[in-house]
Write a protein that binds this ligand. Structure first.
Ligand SMILES: *[C@@H]1O[C@H](CO)[C@@H](O)[C@H](O)[C@H]1NC(C)=O
Ligand SMILES: *[C@@H]1O[C@H](CO)[C@@H](O)[C@H](O)[C@H]1NC(C)=O
Ligand SMILES: *[C@@H]1O[C@H](CO)[C@@H](O)[C@H](O)[C@H]1NC(C)=O
Ligand SMILES: *[C@@H]1O[C@H](CO)[C@@H](O)[C@H](O)[C@H]1NC(C)=O
Ligand SMILES: *[C@@H]1O[C@H](CO)[C@@H](O)[C@H](O)[C@H]1NC(C)=O
Ligand SMILES: *[C@@H]1O[C@H](CO)[C@@H](O)[C@H](O)[C@H]1NC(C)=O
Ligand SMILES: *[C@@H]1O[C@H](CO)[C@@H](O)[C@H](O)[C@H]1NC(C)=O
Ligand SMILES: *[C@@H]1O[C@H](CO)[C@@H](O)[C@H](O)[C@H]1NC(C)=O
Ligand SMILES: *[C@@H]1O[C@H](CO)[C@@H](O)[C@H](O)[C@H]1NC(C)=O
Ligand SMILES: *[C@@H]1O[C@H](CO)[C@@H](O)[C@H](O)[C@H]1NC(C)=O
Ligand SMILES: *[C@@H]1O[C@H](CO)[C@@H](O)[C@H](O)[C@H]1NC(C)=O
Ligand SMILES: *[C@@H]1O[C@H](CO)[C@@H](O)[C@H](O)[C@H]1NC(C)=O
Length: 544
């Protein structure tokens, strides 16, 4: 008995050898194909797939375009991987993709090939995030290695951020980013990473336009299998028209030894792993009356499904309703006692449950800080979600994190940031803020009263600005009774405390001395005039 081994990793590293004859003009609506690192105006139709790739310039304003090193052998490298966008600055860089269709499922695929573009021979490692949730760690073995990862994700809004996070192991970059709108009502709604997608009779990988959703199906050559093909179309179940391309279902693998079972296993190190397994069957031989093909499917020796009699030229899909929990599984497809023929298998799909539990920042806080960002034209890498992920929140921001509740912004430090204008009214919408530092900028106008309406504010630093007027009395009171640390130093035009009294004092203080000076001058004048009448020599004092 021979066993089909799936050496499984979420990474699909095989090169795709696609035949140019597959190119057809096909509907690409619902697709976004971005070749990162090409300039705007260099959009092109891929020669092999016919897919239209566009530049990433409309999706990010960060990073620099690079080509992989001329020393790399480019023979087996797809065009999309010959250039990339690299992000030397900023701890988190995001591609914001919109408008997309909310409440729809998308297949999102990201690809990376380092290609020694910086001639440093230093393969970087960094994290990929889907919004605020960790998606994958981009791990490459060498300069020519390619890393791709695919996720099937149900969107909750009309946009999505795909972010690269610098974790201190080199400069993040990206080569290609692809989104495909799926019309998929049969699979679970939980986000799933694509683990493997195999067409057992394939000799080469196929994708668009054979697969209308541009899923990539890989071959799985195995010497103890015999491949059987039909030229007739395979009928799909009515509720799953595009579940598997016809071209995949038209071929099946059958054990060469009639008494063998089909056995394969898959495993993954992570003990929290949950697999979704889909197996697709269709009889492709028109069997005579006295022949039957009937089999059972066992997962780890437990009957999982069966007996199954695949129908002639019709697809039967067997899948689990709930995921398989565990690190490794053996699947065995055994013919039943009455079956005269060995089992067959056309295609397998294996997905990993990828729970995206971390919530995005509280919506009102996001709006407020976005408005503050555009009001001051903040020149920082403030991209994606302000608070998430925790390790890569916006520089100058701190947030409160409470399990999986939406994080709240509790601190904003925009000191020494070249801010001009007045205090943005959106500050008032950061309801949970405790610490606000706007010191050492060129802010002007009066200090707004609304700052005293921020109930949790404990530190307010407005020093070294050009504020004028007076400090609102409630802020002063809070500062005096110790509930607020207030710093308004070095604002030349600002009256910082007791302004009502001071407003009168300067008038008195300036009027009285002037009066006194005038009186003295008059007195001196009279005195001199009288003295001059008698003592001419002393004119020196009085003529000045
Ligand atoms: C980028 O946006 C501009 C303006 O909306 C548009 O004209 C252009 O076609 C877009 N380019 C790409 C590559 O999407
Ligand atoms: C590049 O790779 C191809 C296929 O892998 C090989 O046939 C070719 O000889 C290589 N070229 C060089 C210059 O190494
Ligand atoms: C999946 O999500 C869609 C859109 O939110 C919803 O209509 C559908 O009922 C959900 N299906 C399942 C199985 O939860
Ligand atoms: C087929 O498998 C059976 C049981 O594993 C074995 O006894 C038999 O020799 C095999 N036949 C061939 C032709 O390999
Ligand atoms: C099935 O019937 C055909 C003739 O119709 C015969 O040649 C064949 O040996 C039979 N096969 C089996 C397994 O009985
Ligand atoms: C399935 O079987 C394999 C090998 O027999 C075993 O190592 C593994 O733990 C089993 N998995 C589960 C989830 O029971
Ligand atoms: C199914 O076939 C495999 C491989 O021949 C064998 O190890 C296993 O015991 C069989 N299972 C059953 C329930 O017959
Ligand atoms: C096998 O076939 C016999 C005769 O047709 C039938 O009586 C029996 O129930 C079948 N066994 C199974 C497991 O289907
Ligand atoms: C952010 O806030 C948390 C919770 O108040 C605090 O423990 C942490 O030290 C703060 N981090 C920074 C960098 O200020
Ligand atoms: C104030 O900002 C300027 C540049 O805007 C900087 O050079 C200076 O060091 C800052 N002073 C303090 C005290 O942070
Ligand atoms: C306020 O900002 C100034 C200048 O940036 C700094 O020197 C001072 O320590 C800050 N004061 C408080 C209370 O945070
Ligand atoms: C401090 O002053 C503020 C503003 O007048 C007032 O709301 C608050 O209750 C005072 N707190 C204490 C502890 O006195």
């Amino acid at each position: 008995m021979e066993v089909l081994e799936l050496f499984l990793s979420a990474v699909m590293a095989a090169a795709f050898c696609l035949s140019p004859s597959l190119v057809h003009a096909q509907d690409q609506s619902g697709f976004i194909s971005i070749d990162c690192g090409i300039t705007e105006g260099s959009s092109y139709n891929d020669k092999i797939t016919g897919l239209r790739y566009i530049s990433d310039e409309n999706y990010t304003d960060a990073g620099v375009n690079k080509d992989i090193s001329p020393k790399i052998n480019k023979t087996d490298i797809d065009k999309q991987y010959l250039n990339l966008r690299s992000f030397p600055d900023g701890n988190k860089i995001c591609y914001t993709l919109k408008p997309l269709r909310s409440k729809n499922k998308y297949l999102i695929r990201a690809g990376f090939l380092y290609g020694n573009y910086d001639e440093l021979d230093d393969v970087p490692r960094f994290d990929l995030y889907l919004g605020v949730n960790w998606w994958a760690t981009v791990t490459l073995f060498d300069a020519s290695d390619r890393f791709t990862t695919e996720i099937v994700h149900l969107l909750s809004s009309d946009s999505i951020d795909i972010c690269l996070v610098n974790t201190g192991f080199g400069t993040p970059f990206i080569s290609v980013l692809e989104l495909r709108l799926l019309d998929d009502k049969t699979h679970s709604n939980v986000s799933q990473l694509v683990f493997d997608r195999l067409g057992l009779a394939l000799s080469d990988s196929i994708r668009f336009s054979v697969d209308v959703y541009d899923r990539i199906w890989s071959p799985f050559p195995f010497q103890y299998w015999e491949v059987k093909q039909t030229r007739y179309a395979i009928k799909s179940p009515d509720d799953d028209k595009n579940g598997v391309p016809n071209a995949i279902m038209q071929g099946a693998a059958v054990p060469i030894n009639q008494s063998d079972a089909i056995v394969f296993y898959f495993s993954r190190d992570d003990p929290t792993t949950q697999f979704f397994l889909y197996m697709h069957f269709a009889e492709i031989e028109n069997l005579p009356q006295n022949q039957t093909r009937e089999f059972n499917i066992y997962v780890n020796k437990t009957l999982w499904s069966g007996p199954i009699v695949p129908k002639y030229l019709q697809r039967t899909t067997v899948s689990s309703i709930s995921p398989l929990k565990g690190t490794d599984f053996t699947v065995s497809i055994n013919k039943t006692i009455n079956s005269t023929l060995p089992p067959l298998l056309n295609a397998i799909e294996i997905y990993l449950v990828h729970e995206l539990l971390q919530a995005e920042t509280y919506e009102d806080d996001v709006h407020a800080v976005m408005n503050i960002k555009s009001y001051y034209k903040v020149k920082r890498y403030w991209q994606g979600d302000p608070c998430g992920p925790k390790t890569a929140r916006w520089q100058g921001l701190n947030c409160s994190y409470d399990a999986y509740d939406p994080p709240r912004i509790i601190s904003l430090d925009l000191s020494s940031s070249g801010l001009t204008g007045e205090i943005s009214p959106d500050v008032l919408n950061l309801k949970m803020i405790k610490y606000l530092d706007l010191s050492n900028n060129s802010l002007r106008g009066s200090i707004p009263d609304f700052l005293s309406r921020l109930p949790y504010l404990r530190v307010l630093n407005l020093s070294e600005n050009d504020f004028s007027g007076s400090v609102p009395s409630e802020l002063n009171e809070r500062s005096k009774n110790g509930t607020l640390i207030l710093n308004v130093e070095k604002n030349k035009l600002l009256c910082s405390s007791d302004c009502k009294n001071k407003a009168i004092v300067p008038v008195v203080a300036t009027v009285i001395p002037v009066l006194i000076l005038v009186l003295i001058a008059v007195a001196v004048f009279w005195f001199c005039k009288r003295r001059n009448q008698g003592m001419v020599n002393n004119s020196f004092i009085c003529m000045a």
